[in-house]
Ligand binder design. Structure first.
Ligand code: CDP
Ligand code: MG
Length: 140
């Protein structure tokens, strides 16, 4: 295993319910270090660009409307096997299927409003980090 960086978001449903600190605690307790973080209120166009990979999916309109409906905390996480570890701590996309003790099992409200985002592979992690952060904003 190697030290990796991954991209994470605390989605508008979670910031609205004041769960930012609780979610960051789950990530840090799992050994992930927050090396960049900022709160953004993304536009619909930014949400569409960020989620462009899903543009043909039926939920694309709803997803991008939701992601531009309130503040999001965008973060870079660093640690051993960070990409897989973050996905593990997050839990499955659908909170009804998420393992007990995961962020989505405990905090998500639905498959769409599911509290957090995490990159799924090294290439997407790199692209998603670069979408939101410049190099000088990441302090390891
Ligand atoms: O976020 P994750 O990588 O687990 O799931 P995804 O398949 O990459 O989907 C991205 C996001 O689209 C999810 O986190 C949900 O917010 C949303 N989604 C949805 O609203 N309905 C679905 N059937 C699947 C995903
Ligand atoms: Mg995904």
């Amino acid at each position: 295993m190697a030290i990796e960086r991954t991209f994470s978001m605390i989605k508008p449903d979670a910031t609205k319910r004041n769960l930012t600190g609780k979610i960051v605690d789950r990530l840090e307790s799992a050994g992930l270090r927050v090396v960049a973080s900022k709160r953004v209120y993304m536009s619909k166009a930014q949400a569409e660009a960020f989620y462009a990979v899903h543009r043909e999916r039926p939920f694309y309109g709803e997803l991008t409307a939701f992601m531009s409906s309130g503040p999001t905390v965008v973060q870079v996480l660093e640690g051993e096997d960070a990409i897989a570890k973050n996905r593990e701590v997050m839990g499955a996309t659908n909170p009804a299927e998420a393992a007990p003790g995961t962020i989505r099992a405990d905090f998500a409200q639905s498959i769409g409003e599911n509290a957090v985002h995490g990159s799924d592979a090294p290439e997407t992690a790199k692209e998603e980090i670069a979408f939101w952060f410049s190099g000088v904003e990441i302090v390891g």
